[in-house]
Design a protein around this ligand. Structure first.
Ligand code: KIV
Length: 273
């Protein structure tokens, strides 16, 4: 049983998120990549489900998010949408589908919206991708921004360490956040930046910020489902709070199943026809 009771069971929209920020109500966002988990996440009362390109890591076993394709994101997003009634479903635009060519960016975003029925897209970056952001928005597609440690740029950064500790990068991030807000983004993810900087950005913007490793001053928080459930056992950054130990629960269950099959205990008389 969930310990959280949904106060308002209306469908979550981008407009609702703006109202939540205005009221000081925090936004809960979590990733999901498939129908069965999306149902559980949605029924828990989550406000936003992000079909993250972290699917590349946690579903496909890649070391970065870069290999993810548009077809793969559409597959994951359409599965999640089918399992979701209340939460707003946001789909990541994968690497290579929006950088450098805003016409291709719009075509990619339109494919996501048409083929998956997701309700918004998320793009990584600020000034560098602003033309793509504006063109996608011009088609009536809601855009969530993503600044700070943007994993699609890992080869430029060379490390998954905290970003924007230096004044110059912090100032660029603040300028990028304002640019994204002015362009019409409905929210911005702030990943792995100092808490003080994230709190400042959140206070200066009217749109909500959603933090991951960005402290408590953000308007909402996001985590990767497999990480917070303890399925992805080897991953334990400082910002991650584990809400369950499903990795060990699953391992124990699998061991019991193998033991029962090998001993002939499963299936018993009631479990056969
Ligand atoms: O892909 C993803 O899961 C994300 C979140 C970590 C914000 O972008």
């Amino acid at each position: 049983m969930s310990t959280y009771t949904v106060q308002d069971d209306r469908k979550v929209t981008t407009r609702r998120l703006a109202e939540m920020k205005a009221k000081g109500e925090k936004i809960a966002m979590l990733t999901a990549y498939d129908y069965s988990m999306a149902r559980l996440v949605d029924e828990s009362g989550m406000d936003v489900i992000l079909v993250g390109d972290s699917a590349s890591n946690v579903m496909a076993g890649n070391t970065t998010t870069l290999p993810m394709t548009l077809d793969q994101m559409i597959y994951h997003a359409s599965s999640v949408v089918k399992g979701t009634k209340r939460a707003l479903v946001v789909c990541d635009m994968p690497f290579g589908t929006y950088q450098g060519n805003s016409i291709e960016a719009l075509a990619s975003a339109i494919r996501i919206m048409k083929e998956s029925n997701a309700e918004a897209v998320k793009l990584e970056g600020g000034e560098d991708i602003i033309e793509s952001v504006k063109r996608i928005l011009s088609a009536g597609i809601p855009v969530m921004g993503h600044l700070g440690l943007t994993p699609q740029s890992i080869n430029k950064f060379g490390t998954y360490n905290v970003r924007a500790r230096e004044e110059a990068e912090a100032n660029r991030l603040i300028a990028d956040a304002k640019l994204l807000e002015d362009a019409g983004c409905f929210a911005i993810v702030l990943e792995k930046i100092p808490a003080k900087l994230a709190a400042r950005v959140s206070a200066e913007l009217t749109i909500p910020t959603i933090g991951i490793g960005a402290g408590n001053g953000c308007d909402g928080q996001v985590l990767v489902l497999q990480d917070m459930l303890g399925i992805n056992k080897g991953f334990s950054p400082r910002f991650l709070r584990r809400y369950a130990d499903l990795g060990n629960v699953i391992t124990d269950a699998l061991g019991s199943y193998i033991t029962d099959v090998k001993s002939g205990d499963f299936p018993n008389e009631k479990e056969q026809y």
